[in-house]
Design a protein around this ligand. Structure first.
Ligand code: PLP
Length: 398
């Protein structure tokens, strides 16, 4: 049968993060969960807040058509009202109206929809490396070329000079992910303001309208650093959000796309997003969870639990002599590999049942990502293995 070769190739070439997570599951069965230190996948380790369970109980008592029936393609109007009101409380009167929101099946759908809504054949989409690997899949599926721009070497903020040099008349979108997966940093107000100026200049220079796609599933998970609201810095921004991380609901597939009313192309974009959601089949996100997120719209994330893990991991690794980027947000720690080849370092870790993700998956070499959305116990008990890995490298240098 002549199937779509690109789809076949994507299905056959597994995501390396998922492959490591599957390997970890196999090892847990073989040697016991307590002996496997799985830092691979970003699956929240803290349960959803009680408010989520309360809302689920109340919602399933509603008439079945309200819980299990179709909703409007873009989501229930009352839910969108609640979400928009919350955004206005947090980011100002200009932040959102109900009609600017399209409720989706998580950030993956939000990004796919947005990219399909704006990309024409031959366009380019800029990503800042290291970056979440699915970006390339979604960008290429939408018909664009993925252009990688390395972040600053010292602090992993956006390198605005490199960004300026990468812009062309074909640049349609720049994806900005903060708090960042995989590095765990948050782009500063100053860095984002410079980025906005570069995109503005680029748009004027090339006579184009570059969209800034703000991918923000980790917005709520910050350890004290401010997460700037990007639409107030750059007008042509589209925000993609998800409850996968903030409310620990990755399996429920719910999030949204926002075209702020201040975006000069608001009406065009809102229609194009509705159209690409329709074309891709991302219509009426799960009705039960639409209602749940409306009930839990101001529910805080359990940042304290991740912060405890973060501190334990940083303290432990620091004491052993490892080098890493101090995470400001999300739940990932970016660790310098003990040799230039991150895959080789990963294999050393694997021999000690420690499973990070090598940085090659994120578009660069020499680092690994540790997802510390695991139990506190896993972090504490992994330290002997981290010590053994360090000792191996130290002995080789003697
Ligand atoms: N964007 C980033 C940066 C992510 O880390 C993830 C998931 O890990 C996604 C998007 C997709 O999120 P979702 O599970 O809501 O589709």
């Amino acid at each position: 049968m002549r199937i779509n070769q690109k789809s076949y190739d994507l299905g056959a070439a597994k995501s390396s993060i998922r492959e490591i997570a599957a390997y970890a599951a196999k090892r847990r069965e073989e040697i016991g969960a307590q002996n496997v230190f799985d830092f691979s996948i970003g699956n929240p380790s803290v349960p959803a807040p009680d408010a989520v369970y309360d809302s689920i109980k109340q919602t399933i008592a509603l008439p079945p058509t309200q819980v299990h029936g179709y909703t409007p393609a873009a989501g229930l109007p009352a839910v969108k009202e609640a979400l928009a009101a919350s955004l206005r409380r947090r980011f100002g009167e200009q932040a959102a109206r109900a009609q600017d929101l399209y409720i989706t099946c998580g950030a993956a759908a939000s990004l796919s929809i947005t990219l399909h809504a704006v990309i024409n054949p031959g366009d380019e989409v800029v990503v800042i490396t290291p970056y979440f690997p699915e970006y390339r899949v979604w960008i290429e599926h939408a018909g664009a070329t993925c252009v990688e721009v390395p972040s600053c070497k010292d602090d992993f903020q956006i390198d605005t000079v490199a960004l300026r040099n990468a812009l062309t008349e074909r640049t349609k979108v720049v994806i900005v992910n903060s708090p960042n997966n995989p590095v765990g940093i948050i782009y500063s107000q100053e860095n984002l303001a410079k980025t906005a100026a570069v995109l503005q200049e680029g748009s004027e220079h090339f006579g184009t309208d570059i969209v800034l796609l703000a991918d923000e599933p980790y917005r709520e998970i910050s350890y004290g650093t401010d997460v700037p609201w990007i639409p107030s810095l750059y007008a042509n921004t589209v925000v993609c959000y998800s409850y996968s991380k903030s409310l620990s609901l990755p399996g429920e597939r719910v999030g949204w796309v926002l075209v702020p009313p201040t975006n000069p192309f608001n009406e065009q974009l809102v229609f194009a997003i509705a159209g690409s959601g329709r074309a891709l089949g991302f219509v009426c996100a799960p009705a039960l969870f639409q209602r749940v997120i409306a009930d839990c719209v101001d529910e805080p994330s359990n940042v304290a639990a991740y912060d405890r893990n973060r501190r334990a991991l940083m303290d432990g690794l620091q004491n052993l002599g490892y080098t890493f980027v101090e995470p400001q947000g999300a739940f990932y720690l970016w660790l310098k590999a003990l040799e230039p080849d991150a895959e080789a370092f990963f294999e050393r870790c694997r021999a000690h049942e420690v499973l990070p993700v090598p940085s090659n998956s994120f578009g660069c070499t020499g680092w690994v990502r540790l997802g510390y959305c695991v139990s506190y116990q896993t972090i504490v008990t992994s330290m002997d293995a981290w010590a053994a890995i360090m000792r191996e490298y130290q002995h080789e240098q003697l």
